[in-house]
Design a protein around this ligand. Structure first.
Ligand SMILES: [Zn+2]
Ligand SMILES: [Zn+2]
Length: 161
């Protein structure tokens, strides 16, 4: 009697073990998809796109840290450049106004007041890249004009729907 019980139990355990291995594999795959989706969203935000905006962004905004000069660069020009693969080169530009080298950072549009400002998270990421460090964590993009934190704004906006 007891012998039958034991074999039945161990058989179940064996099956469960195999099943768990499979679902762990699926979970890892699902996680990868989530990370890719989050990354795509971050890139979309980086390029100043509005999530439900009528038009895709066709140009990038830059602002000079030295003289506060603002200008835009068409996306075509960036992708056509031979060093388009060099993200640092494409993201930090020389100032066409005051001539300062690598002083113009990519800007993002505040979803609340629609003004452009230098993305703090983007700047931190590129500065870290410049000195060969890994990206610092926990840096939020906060509008210097109306103090709106971009991620929080989108989170609130989505919840209201
Ligand atoms: Zn300048
Ligand atoms: Zn703002």
């Amino acid at each position: 009697m007891s012998g039958m019980n034991t074999s039945g139990f161990s058989g179940k355990r064996f099956e469960f073990g195999r099943g768990a291995g499979k679902s762990e594999y699926l979970l890892a795959g699902g996680l990868g998809v989530v990370i890719i989706a989050a990354l795509a969203l971050a890139i979309w935000g980086m390029f100043g796109g509005r999530i439900s905006g009528p038009k895709a962004p066709t140009e990038l905004h830059y602002k000079c840290e030295k003289c506060q000069h603002e200008f835009t660069v068409p996306l075509d020009e960036l992708t056509a450049a031979p060093d388009a693969m060099d993200e640092l080169q494409a993201s930090v530009r020389d100032c066409p106004s005051c001539g300062a080298k690598q002083s113009c950072w990519r800007c993002i549009e505040c979803p609340n007041c629609k003004k452009y400002y230098i993305s703090q998270s983007e700047k931190a990421r590129l500065e870290a890249m410049r000195i060969g460090r890994t990206e610092p964590e926990g840096i939020q993009d906060k509008c210097p004009y109306c103090q709106t934190v971009m991620l929080e704004w989108y989170r609130e906006h989505r919840n209201k729907k």
